[in-house]
Design a binder for this molecule. Sequence first.
Ligand code: PEP
Length: 273
Amino acid sequence: MKRLDKIYLGTNTKMYKTIKDTVEFLEKLAGLTADIDRNLMELFVIPSFTTLYHAKKAAPERLIKLGAQNMCWEDEGQFTGEISPIMLKEIGVNIIEIGHSERRHVMGETDEIEKKKVSAALRHGFIPLLCIGETMEQKNYGISDEILRIQLKIGLSEITADQAKNVWIAYEPVWAIGVNGIPADEGYANEKHGVIKDTLISMFGREIGGDIPVLYGGSVNPQNALKLIKEENIDGLFIGRSAWQAENFNGIIRSVLPLFMEKKKREGVEKHG
Ligand code: PEP
């Protein structure tokens, strides 16, 4: 099965849920979505570091993949406050979120740092979920496409095409994220996903670059989720606030799945006539 035959749906719970909250959330989400065929959907949750040990036991990997919100690029050493790939492997997480806008713009991470983290994640067998996106200032200067290309070309510069088969990308415009965010409209998001896909194809070839999932994130809600997922270049949704209650997340999942299936069918018909 090609990777893009599935829809990718996930949430990063940021610095909100305690161990108890996270376990309850995962158990409920796993139960609510257990009947959905995982050949059609990749569901993932990325909670805080302190919850990961318990989170791993709360939901089976075949139902929900587990991610870490950040990772150091070194295996061990004098890096006070950091968490290494070895430590995350010990817990058994699947995904490493790299370069979330809050890591870049609050914690000051650069594309060079994200590059080291992407390489380290792949070296240790994780899926790096590289988050990219332009600020409002960059959008106003009309340089969004250039920024996305730079973030991809530096962030993924050290990896081979074979390694790129395990990469996921999230397009999250900085101005669209969080409580003050303005959601991108579906046309704009689709156009930027097109730029991202073209860049990935130029880097890794059509077969591999074209098969890298590109998820949209930034103020996704039950209304715009439907419009976004209908768009040709949007392979999934990376959701914050609207997914933090299992019932709400399940509601979004149930509403976008049939639209995704229709889209795949339509694309299949167009391709094969
Ligand atoms: C995020 O932080 O990655 C995010 C998409 O958050 P929200 O959906 O709450 O804007």
